[in-house]
Design a protein around this ligand. Structure first.
Ligand SMILES: [Zn+2]
Length: 285
């Protein structure tokens, strides 16, 4: 009986997305960081945060991304209570976390949860580069791992949007450990034949690119995103060679077999629906 009671609860709640809208006061203009031309924020929002002048894909917050991708922006968020601690007593870390929490209204650099897309239930994770540059500490790794485990139990496809500067230095080895933890969880998903679509957005670098972001059954990137492990200068100094201009871009990676496709942001939702649709196993997944 108790079980029935809980089942009657509304399955999906709307994420508190209004807050991020308030970040853009009426009439404010946004300058493209590529072509430097200006656009009205409202117009930019309608255009999926893609510059109408040069097609540059600007940074998208996790709540905006969820709204753009899922049905009607309906979404049930997981683990909103997980907050990072300061295991290494790293100077200023807690202060920085608190500032980012206030700035973004998020508890950490990734939002995870479940919702539907084109009517298909999915588990989704979206990283937010506004929070500590989307770096992966213990909480980011834990939230992603728990989301993967939910997808495993529910047998829902898992979609993850990455945007990250890599492992979080303020948590040292504990951050690096998240690479192994998330990868091990994904291996279980793979064994069960559950679809994982990884979407790499600008930028996806360091430990995130070197773990779950590259482990999709299908790896998609947004156009012209910076994707790589170490920075260009470090690699050039190490190998003592000049790297090509388009090195570490989505287009370069696609050409060299590291990506399956590059998808424009305006086509992302329909592409994801199509991919999930083709991977449905009739009579249950
Ligand atoms: Zn532009």
């Amino acid at each position: 009986m108790l079980k029935n009671f809980f089942h009657k609860k509304k399955r999906y709640a709307t994420i508190p997305s209004e807050r991020s809208k308030k970040d853009i006061p009426e009439g404010l203009i946004v300058k493209c960081n590529k072509c430097h031309k200006i656009t009205f924020a409202k117009e930019l929002e309608k255009n999926y945060h893609v510059c109408p002048h040069c097609d540059h894909h600007l940074t998208v917050s996790a709540p905006d991304r969820v709204r753009m991708v899922l049905d009607d922006g309906n979404f049930f968020e997981y683990d909103t209570d997980l907050i990072s601690t300061d295991p290494l007593n790293f100077e200023g870390y807690i202060n920085k976390l608190e500032k980012d929490m206030e700035k973004t209204n998020l508890n950490e650099a990734v939002v995870t949860g479940e919702g539907t897309i084109g009517g298909y239930p999915v588990v989704i994770g979206v990283m937010d580069s506004r929070f500590r540059m989307g770096s992966m500490g213990s909480v980011v790794g834990e939230k992603i791992t728990r989301a993967i485990e939910k997808a495993l139990v529910k047998q829902y496809p898992f979609i993850l949007f990455s945007a990250s500067g890599g492992a979080r230095m303020q948590e040292g080895i504990l951050s690096l450990m998240q690479m192994a933890k998330t990868s091990a969880a994904l291996a279980k998903l793979h064994e069960k034949g559950i679809l994982f679509i990884s979407v790499l957005t600008n930028p996806t670098t360091g430990g995130v690119s070197a773990s779950f972001a590259s482990l999709g059954d299908i790896n998609i990137a947004e156009p012209n995103a910076l994707i790589g492990f170490a920075g260009r200068r470090i690699i050039e100094q190490t190998i003592r060679q000049k790297l090509p201009d388009d090195f570490q871009t989505s287009e370069f990676l696609l050409k060299h077999g590291q990506l399956d496709m590059i998808v424009h942001r305006k086509d992302m939702r329909k592409t994801l629906i199509k991919l999930i649709d083709i991977h449905q196993v009739k009579g249950g997944m």
